[in-house]
Design a protein around this ligand. Structure first.
Ligand code: PAF
Length: 283
């Protein structure tokens, strides 16, 4: 695996690969890699000649400074995992390399409704930060295929919108890969590393709640299911940001079931200091 720290060096290398007719896959990450990330590398490598991953803990997407400071960093292990998975290139830039003109906090991407709800509402500015970094990374890498995990359902929608806003929808295909789960159902996440053993066990309630919602879809009122789920999470000791059942395409909340409409359940909750999110398609 080749490691690049400078954007211009990576750009030159990718140019040469594209000229050879090789298709370029890109898997952006913030490191602290787990099997979920590796499944993205696997999908990328199967479908492309060249797989590039990046590790950059992006300061502009953290609305909570504590969350940024405590974000797990396991770079040596990450490099080993990427190499073992057959990733061709790792881009490991500095903050200066990503934001050469400094971090400009003003809002600049017209994301519309999607930014006003759920993660957008509870983490103000988060998606602007995601767009800033992903825009810059896409400019540097110029991939044919971008791979993202469904665990960050709303982020997948935001990045797909970003690709349209920067007019790259005909050149960059966004591929969304399924969430990987631990044996007890807990969605794999870098933040799980911050949970102690007891918290880790309790956190599996999020998956059980999503499964509960799925089982009761169409059988009980949306409102009753949401209330019941919220109580289950609180009883397990989690602090709930939201339990939402929304239409899967645009994420507008659903109030009554409609068999013909694809729906998704989404949960965000704190297990003590650690904020966890997960989602499940319902039909
Ligand atoms: O999902 C993540 O790890 C990050 O939000 C991303 C897409 C790498 C941007 O920093």
């Amino acid at each position: 695996m080749i490691l690049f720290k400078k954007a211009t060096d990576l750009r030159k290398w990718v140019d040469a690969q594209s000229k050879k007719g090789n298709s370029i896959a890109f898997v952006p990450t913030m490191g602290a890699l787990h099997a979920g990330h590796i499944s993205l590398i696997d999908a990328a490598s199967k479908e492309n000649q060249v797989t590039i991953s990046s590790i950059f803990v992006n300061p502009t997407q953290f609305n909570d400074l504590k969350d940024f400071e405590k974000y797990p960093i396991t770079i040596e292990k990450d490099i080993e995992m990427l190499e073992a998975a057959g990733c061709n290139v790792l881009f490991l830039p500095s903050v200066k390399e990503i934001y050469p003109e400094g971090i400009k906090p003003e809002m600049q991407y017209e994301l519309g409704y999607i930014e006003t709800i759920l993660e957008g509402k509870f983490r103000p500015g988060h998606f602007q930060g995601v767009c800033m970094v992903v825009h810059r990374l896409l400019d540097i890498v110029q991939p044919d295929n971008l791979y993202l995990g469904q665990k960050d359902y709303q982020q997948c929608m935001v990045i797909s919108k970003l690709v349209e806003l920067i007019n790259q929808q005909d050149t960059i295909k966004v591929n969304i890969c399924p969430t990987l789960r631990e044996k007890d159902g807990l969605a794999m996440s870098s933040r799980n590393m911050r949970l102690n053993e007891d918290e880790r066990k309790l956190a599996a309630i999020i998956y059980r709640c999503l499964s509960y919602i799925k089982e009761h879809t169409g059988k009980q009122s949306v409102n009753d299911i949401k209330k019941q789920t919220q109580s289950m999470l609180e009883e397990a000791g989690l602090r709930v940001d939201y339990v939402e059942i929304a239409e899967a395409k645009h994420l507008s909340p659903i109030t009554t079931w409609d068999e013909k409409e694809k729906a998704v359940a989404l949960i965000a909750a704190f297990m003590n200091e650690v904020r966890l999110i997960d989602n499940m398609l319902l039909n």
